[in-house]
Write a protein of this length. Sequence first.
Length: 108
Amino acid sequence: MSQFYEDVYQVTCRIPAGRVTTYGAIAAMLARPMAARAVGYALSALPEGTSVPWHRVINAQGRISLKDRHPGETGLQRRLLEREGVVFDSEDRVDLRLIGWVDPAEPE
């Protein structure tokens, strides 16, 4: 596993329950602002049953962008987020201004 993947997992583990961040935000936190897609690849490489809270990472539009590898997987991410109190609007988006997370250890 690459160091980049490990770094993605470390940042993802810092996202508090009930909050979300984006693939691009994680890439920026890792000083790789053009690597949002690579963040997605790293999260998709996680084994089933991982403790890394992958479900807290969404796209920049505030939507789940997980491509189903298995039927119902998109629903799983939404259910996990809703269990943490994340609310989706009628267009299946979350309000990143309200629950978007930026690592407090990082300068804004």
